[in-house]
Ligand binder design. Structure first.
Ligand code: PLP
Length: 370
């Protein structure tokens, strides 16, 4: 009899469905026979500006070193994080993207008999990381699409080892204040590790949001994760980092794959930290693009969830999947949110001004037909 390799997998894995990424440009070009250059992808919260010249140059310089393993300690990137953000070297855990850090936390602190608490409409990777190691997902109902920190505290029991929180949250763009977060941390059992996912913090531009780095020295059970995939424009290189108590960092390091951050990524990320002009431009581009999208959506009579990220979740008032499909035919890739239990919503990443304009135009045309 033939083996059923799905049913041979660990139970947590069997119950997973694979992560659905934004549709790649090349795939759409093949399916509809479109010119890839004419396709607009606003589906994965990528930086629309192209890479920064300093990061690009640094990555280029590393190419001759391809035969050699990267520095497994990532010393130069850690040094740059110290120099630019004041993060002590022994608090840093580098990852192959910040998803790798999330996965590392799950492998280190979660497993059968333990649970992770996170919110409804939270980032899909938390459930994947948790279930993959046989731990239980405790999904807590949202409050107005965002984190209900009170309810999350109430969901914690003696088997809770990790709480995952994104601020701002993806896919909803919602956020909470420093005050609310501080109160949450004060009331949290000190043996529960909080992962504060700040993938979009560079875009938040709102003083009321907590700067996770300010809280790490106050709470030993806090790990802040950040990434170079969004505002720094390096998603393809896969590099992010965790900032935590040195003891947590040392523990995570035991489970870390050697060489998880590659040499091009290490060099480009270190250079990107020094490219203040690029980061400023990313923020400016996002602020203007967000205003443009909100104005356009209002004209179209659509509502949305206010966002502090580089994306916006729009209520199409219809079957969002159908709107998504129609937009594909026009060469526009957005992100349907049916997988998040938000079937009427599409998530739009803030693009360049002309991309935003074309997206709004296409949306206007499609809404009349669906
Ligand atoms: C995009 C994103 C990340 C970043 O993932 P990387 O692995 O660093 O590319 C992390 N968390 C959230 C909530 C995100 O949306």
């Amino acid at each position: 009899m033939a083996c059923d390799f799905l049913s041979l997998a660990m139970p947590g894995i069997q119950k997973l469905s694979p992560y659905v990424p934004g549709k790649p440009v090349e795939e759409l070009a093949r399916e509809y026979n479109l010119d890839p250059a004419s396709i607009i992808k606003l589906a994965s919260n990528e930086n629309p500006m192209g890479p920064g010249s300093m990061a690009l140059e640094a990555a280029r310089r590393e190419l001759v070193g391809l035969p050699r393993y990267p520095d497994g300690n990532g010393f130069l990137l850690k040094q740059a994080l110290l120099e630019h953000l004041g993060i002590a070297l022994n608090r840093i855990t580098l990852g192959n993207g910040s998803n790798d850090v999330i996965d590392l936390v799950a492998r280190t602190y979660l497993g059968p008999g333990r649970n992770a608490v996170f919110s409804r409409y939270a980032f899909a990777v938390y459930a994947i990381a948790t279930q993959s190691v046989g731990a239980e997902c405790r999904e807590v109902p949202d409050r107005d699409w965002g984190h209900d920190l009170e309810a999350m505290l109430a969901a914690i029991d003696t088997n809770t080892a990790v709480v995952f929180i994104a601020n701002p949250n993806n896919p909803t763009g919602t956020w909470f204040t420093a005050e609310a977060f501080d109160q949450f941390m004060q009331r949290l059992p000190e043996n529960v590790l909080v992962v504060l996912d700040e993938a979009y913090i560079e875009y938040a531009e709102d003083d009321s949001l907590p700067d996770g780095l300010q809280f790490v020295s106050r709470y030993r059970n806090l790990l802040v994760s950040r990434t170079f995939s969004k505002a720094y424009g390096l998603a393809a290189l896969r590099v992010g980092y965790g900032v935590s108590d040195p003891e947590v960092a040392e523990t995570l390091n035991r489970a870390r794959q050697p060489f998880n951050a590659n040499s091009l990524a290490l060099a480009a990320a270190a250079a990107a930290l020094g490219d203040k002009a690029y980061l400023e431009k990313s923020r400016d581009c996002n602020r203007l693009g967000m205003e443009q999208l909100e104005k356009g959506l209002k004209t179209l009579g659509l509502s949305w969830i206010p966002s502090r990220g580089n994306f916006i979740a729009v209520d199409t008032g219809r079957d969002g999947m159908q709107v998504f499909q129609q937009l594909l035919k026009q060469g526009i890739i957005l992100r349907p949110l049916n997988g998040y239990g938000m079937p009427a919503f599409l998530r739009i990443t803030v693009g360049l001004p002309e991309e935003n304009a074309l997206c709004l135009d296409a949306l206007g045309r499609v809404l009349n037909d669906v």
